[in-house]
Ligand binder design. Sequence first.
Ligand code: GLN
Length: 237
Amino acid sequence: MPSDSVLRIVWIYPDLLSTYGDQGNALVLEQRARRRGIEAEIVHVRSADPVPDSGDIYLIGGGEDRPQILAAQRLRKDGGLHRAIARGAAMLAVCAGYQIMGSTFGGEEGQPVDGIGLLDIASFRGPARAVGELVAEVDSALGLPTLTGFENHMGVTSLGPGVRPLSRTVVGTGNGDGFEGCYAGHVIGTYLHGPALARNPALADLLLSWRVGDLPPLDDTRYEQLRQERFNAVLPR
Ligand code: GLN
């Protein structure tokens, strides 16, 4: 926990990358912290502003190709996110935000654009748009239940040796290589919208636990009912 004992959730570039309700990820983290008596605040960092390096959990969402390119340029120039991750902050990067974390990603014409190099991944324009429900079984080392979400992207992502797949795709495309997302240290990348943390509260608790330690369980009956609805709707019978 930070010295002033307020958990700081940093939402990066809401003016550029915030599609499909990804901002909900910040609200879910804040609420799940508060319900455990942990003081939490959301810091919105617009693209004209410097990224503070004193945050606890950083979030970045999905977006269209052009704002994605702008966001990558600004993050690289700014350097605040790199410093924060180097000092142990956690991060959830979604879709366009996930692709930006790598060495390269596809621009609006499919041209290679430099990423910011926080994850050992490379993304490219894929053969077709991947759109629809996504279900994925998580890497057993993380001890999380099956993930569910919504995907909408052209890019495919290949993982280098410096990251582990977050999960194995059961329904949908994810990275395009049979896996969905990846992680390294306390940085997670994923194609899951939904928002991801509302549909997968255990993933929210994993991010929180990386900063505050073990957490008492919450009553997630309603979340679980919604998750089951999605599984019933999309899983082959
Ligand atoms: N522009 C990227 C792609 O199409 C990301 C899209 C998104 O964030 N939804 O792959």
